[in-house]
Design a protein around this ligand. Sequence first.
Ligand code: A3P
Ligand code: MG
Length: 284
Amino acid sequence: MKDLQEILEIARDMGWGAANILRSYYNGTAKDPNLDIQYKQNEPVTVADVVVSKYILDRLQATLGNEDFAYISEETYKSPLSQDSSQWVWIIDPLDGTRDFIKKTGNYAVHIALVHENRPVLAVVAVPEAEKLYYATKGGGTFLETSDGSIPLQVSAGKRIEDLTLVVSSSHRYEQLDYLLQNLPCQNQKAIGSVGCKIAAIVEQQADIYISLSGKSAPKDWDLAAPELILTEAGGKFTHFDGTPLRYNTGDINQWGGLLASNGQYQEVLCKQAEKILTQFTSR
Ligand SMILES: Nc1ncnc2c1ncn2[C@@H]1O[C@H](COP(=O)(O)O)[C@@H](OP(=O)(O)O)[C@H]1O
Ligand SMILES: [Mg+2]
């Protein structure tokens, strides 16, 4: 198997390639820019999702083959792979934030993660409209790549809990999540589409916390695996409210429950508060 740095080169190049394809659909310059929006389990899917999924899978498989790696993409996923955690698995979201892509808010991203033993070891998150690409390897730090080159990134530090800015989904909102948000000590809150864009805001120190709470549906492995590593390698933390780490390729593609991503400063305190507020919600 190629070493992780060589694989990262391939993933970065593909991240930029995928970003360019998405921009051509976003700006209407693609050969046939019709998005043909369909709904799968209440979530929109466009031609751009499908085309970019094929682009990434074809290129990865042509370069890396099927012997050492398995591949999961949001658009081709049908059922769990063999749950052999020693397997190296690519987990891909060709277009994270499809609703925002359609609404043209600019907040959409490409996620490419390599997972081993249920944890991400390599990640690329590209944000096409910002012409930015974030990448990380386990233990190697997080970098932001633009046309000017690459720079290392670190999350914010030394803030008071009340001054932290929280980012949250604009389209997946429920009464329980709204109650939680109203009762947290961090009242600087903004809704942003795409998990990749929310985590990008945290590693660029424009925000400090992201909260996800599942309802009838939950975010999936491909929504979280790449953004998680981008955050943690920049010094942040990303856990369930009970403090346990997220696990990927487990057989259930859903990431149920409450998840908190932050600059790490008040991770445990905020997780405990979130659990307490949710208990209050259910006993009202
Ligand atoms: N509670 C939830 N249920 C289902 N999907 C969720 C979810 N929260 C987030 N997601 C998924 O995470 C991505 C970003 O969501 P959001 O913009 O609301 O934060 C979307 O993926 P896709 O756009 O890749 O389908 C969305 O489907
Ligand atoms: Mg997604």
